[in-house]
Write a protein that binds this ligand. Structure first.
Ligand SMILES: Cc1ncc(COP(=O)(O)O)c(C=O)c1O
Length: 396
């Protein structure tokens, strides 16, 4: 099939929930993608922070093939060796206690919301309210959507699940003032990705870690986008010397194989008991084989590479910004970087794509870069050369 044929068929039979590009990727290797017409792209979207290991990393592909020949699925009625090994790996890496596996970021967040509610019944006289941040993004299922404080996503689906209070991101005083007897948890991204690439300001997460102990609350960190090495640590919270009570993961955990996880610390590890929560596919033999290999690949040098190449990329973007007054700000951590423009970013993303570079937006005016953590400084230079052409063509 050609790109055009795929577009026609999809248009006819797939629900129109996405504004899709007329490109059908059919092959990926490292940081490159090829479409059905044979065009090659430098992929700095990485499936929106999923293919951190690079497309089709041989170790991940091999692990999936080998497991597929043995056992695809057996249900959580049974013991699953890969699941236990993956839980150990993630808990040890994060200094956390227990794991629950599911299939997506939204599902991991649903689990966190449910756990917090039960914890509130048992520990805080039925308190159920969760404080979330403006411009957050936690997923599209109805609970996760209710926690996603962006009107454009919520409006059409009201009434939402009650019990979410919204505060501005990064304002510790506002957060402190919003805590009431009903509050059970604070749920945030350590760096807001979809909301515009906003890293937590200095002292913010540290202040919350103290507040939750003072007020007897749970601290839920959504690391669906930031986790598994993306910011130059296995988990973004490790930049701040804190330990949340619940961490949610998905995206890069399976390098493209769908899997999500909720990790719990000491205070939240005994709340769920058999019957409270479940997921048919969650953590099945195939998904956890893919995830084990994916995490091993990240541990095998990619976190350092993310820091080194990410620092270089950010510096180069800052130099680039000196030349183009339309750039207002460069920000981010590791290889989750954003360039805020004074104008809408969509035209820039489209022009880059025409020249073989895939990047995306975050909010209306931010260019977002989420390349695989395998990229080299040469790949960054290639990206910047294309950006230079894009800015020249749109700014002249
Ligand atoms: C921070 C964050 N949380 C949750 C989600 C939802 O994840 P999923 O699409 O796997 O449900 C996303 C997706 O972009 C995300 O960035």
């Amino acid at each position: 099939m050609t790109n055009e044929q795929v577009v026609a068929l999809a248009d006819k039979y797939i629900l129109h929930t996405y504004g899709r590009l007329p490109i059908a990727p059919v092959k990926g290797e490292g940081c490159y993608l090829w479409d059905a017409d044979g065009n090659r792209y430098l992929d700095f979207i990485g499936g929106i922070a999923v293919t951190s290991q690079g497309h089709c990393h041989p170790k991940v592909v091999d692990a999936i093939k080998k497991q597929a020949e043995k056992l695809l699925h057996c249900s959580n009625l049974f013991q699953i060796p890969n699941q236990a090994l993956l839980a150990e790996k993630l808990c040890v890496a994060g200094g956390l206690k227990k794991a629950f596996f599911c299939n997506s970021g939204a599902e991991a967040n649903e689990g966190a919301i449910k756990l917090a509610r039960k914890w509130g019944k048992e520990n805080k006289n039925g308190a159920f309210e969760i404080i979330v941040a403006k411009d957050s993004f936690h997923g599209r299922t109805i609970g996760a959507l209710s926690a996603t404080a962006q009107r454009k996503y919520q409006e059409a689906f009201e009434p939402l699940v009650p019990g979410f209070k919204v505060v501005p991101y990064g304002d510790l005083e506002a957060l402190k003032n919003s805590v009431s007897a009903q509050t059970v948890a604070i749920m945030l991204e350590p760096l807001q990705g979809e909301g515009g690439v906003h890293p937590a300001p200095q002292g913010y997460l540290e202040g919350i870690a103290k507040l939750v102990l003072d007020e007897n609350l749970l601290f839920i960190l959504d690391e669906v986008q930031t986790g598994i090495g993306r910011t130059g640590k296995m988990f973004a919270f490790q930049h701040y010397g804190i330990k949340p009570d619940i961490v949610t993961l998905a995206k890069a955990l399976g390098s493209g194989f769908p899997i999500g996880a909720m990790l719990t610390g000491e205070r939240a590890s005994n709340t769920f008991v058999p019957g409270d929560h479940a997921s048919t596919f969650g953590g099945n033999p195939l998904a956890t084989a893919a995830a084990l290999a994916s995490v091993e690949v990240i541990e095998d040098g990619l976190i350092d590479n993310c820091t080194n190449v990410g620092n270089y990329f950010k510096e180069q973007l800052e130099n680039f910004a000196q030349k183009w007054p339309v750039i207002k700000n460069v920000r981010g951590l590791g290889l989750l970087l954003g360039v805020e423009l004074a104008v809408p970013a969509g035209e820039y993303v489209a022009a880059a794509r025409e020249k073989g570079l895939l990047i995306l937006t975050a909010g209306e005016k931010v260019l977002r870069f989420l390349p695989p953590l395998t990229i080299s400084k040469d790949d960054v230079d290639t990206c910047l050369r294309i950006l230079e052409e894009v800015f020249e063509s749109l700014q002249s």
